[in-house]
Design a protein. Sequence first.
Length: 475
Amino acid sequence: MKKIVLGVILLFTSSSLIGGDIPIFVAPEHQVAPSVAFSGNNYLVVWEDRREGYGIGCQIVSKEGTLIGDNFYISTGGRFPEVEWGDRNYLVAWGRYGQLISEDGTSIGGSFCIIPENDTLGFCGIKDIAWNGENYLIVAQVFIEDSSCPRQDILARFVLPDGGLGDSIIVVARADSAFFYGAPRVASDGEDFLVVWADWYGRIWGQRLSYGGTLLDSSFRIGFTWQQSPDVTWNGTNYLVVWDDGRGGGGYEWDIYGQLISQDGTLVGEEIPISTYTSDQRFCAVASNRMNHIVIWLDWRVYIAVIYGQFVSLSGSLIGANLRVQAEDPLSFYGDASPGICYGNENYFVVWSDQRLTSPDTSLDIYGNFIPFTGIETDDTSLLSDIHLFQNKPNPFKNIKNTEVSYFLPRNSKVAFSIFNLGGQVVFRTNLGHKSAGFHTLTIDGDKLGSQGVYFYRIEADGYAITRKMVMIGR
């Protein structure tokens, strides 16, 4: 179905799940709190493994959803892990520790301490990781053992691609006396970062952080009351921050809301009511493929919590209706942490923990499912019944960073991609081979193009060629 509104095309494709739920790890004792990242070739799913107390379990999953090799264990004593892909390895982080994992699942060195414990830094919980093309940034909630001002602050630290640590721990947000900040999340625009968190009074805050670790301007309020559990993603132009919102029932009835934030930290438009169904909706998470977003959450509209989702356009409009992510009803659900989600291989991949078995094992296990993306929004009013080439994002982009180019094929086609300089010389060309009908994305490494300036990129398929302009700048 195609709908043209005020010169903007919203192309609605099927949002059906791809196949049934994937059992990623089923075993005695609870497996909970999963997180997932995509390397470009496969996924790494990590979770809290309770077979031997508390530890971190891992599983490599192919682009098609096939388990690669056996699951493996990287830590004892760990809880609530997070994972992010860098340019060469995954970084898994939990508590105050981290571990690099290669693309094939090999541990690189041993685990290492990111936020040390001392007389001041007490209990620590790393809550998220972002990669900006050069380094990882972890964010954590840390209890500060200060006799004059005990509190919980939001801290951050860079982790280098080889596992080295940034020189100092960054205080992102310092709470007042006997005050607590928590649930921090972070995303990167490819250079700088936006950290979001919730305070004791149920308000959502944000703080921009430069690639060098400097706080950019002051922290700012995003939400104002009865709000918790934020998450954030970068869409190529703006950030989308989402959260659990209890304004409708004074903290007893929960909905999902969101807010677009510009690259410079300005609120864009009004708050977005993403899901306000009469039942509770909580523990949300968000991801973007630079052409739309999807928000997922635990939803109690049936007899037990089930994961639902909602596509959101780049401009903040809802695309279609809520969709159910789980193919099967669980018998029980772990409701203390958000499900995990990432974008990869032209689909979103969602992971969660639930109970399917009744006897002899009644524990919670790890499952996943793919959602094909939908709701592509573009300023070009040409009909998408033909080949379409989208504007690269970000644009302009820096010569030490990457930019992404997306295109649409109405049918299976043999595709070639080229980049030209202003003199018409080819500076990059690749034959992409046979591609299936639908949307595709490829990443361009600015460092390989040469000097900064104006370039033209072209897609060729089925005897057609489409060209667009992009601009590469220096740092």
